[in-house]
Design a protein around this ligand. Sequence first.
Ligand code: IDP
Ligand code: MG
Length: 138
Amino acid sequence: MERTLILVKPDGVKRNLVGEVLSRVEAKGYTIAALKMMQADRALLLRHYAEHEGKPFFEPLVEFMLSGPIVAIVAEGNRVIEGFRKLAGTTDPTTAEPGTIRGDLARDQGTKVVQNIVHGSDSVESALREISIFFPEL
Ligand code: IDP
Ligand code: MG
């Protein structure tokens, strides 16, 4: 069964949107296989966001992800990686389609990093890699 890593980012936790995100994932029919609230540390985020190192938004992204607790979720189901990316919507919340998590619940805050409520793995390889970072016990 396919699995993906979902993160509710600090903006989503601060705005009390953990339940809203979970409920959209569950309503779509995916199963929550694991879930934990945590404070990420820098080392963890450098591993998770390694592909973005060197980009102008990298340091603001790490700082943002350190700014408060996050909720890490493993969701399961056929084609869940693609399915959750559709539920999340595109990266920029201003133009993300209404009906998506980002399109409905986020907007441009004028910050150096886009604050967009959730992360979702973008491929089978990323999902395996990211799940092992956030859930080494699985
Ligand atoms: P994704 O989360 O939609 O997969 P990525 O390109 O993997 O988007 O970028 C990771 C995160 O970095 C985004 O969710 C967003 O928070 C932030 N980000 C991506 N591109 C930009 C940008 O051009 N400016 C500011 N922040 C960005
Ligand atoms: Mg990404």
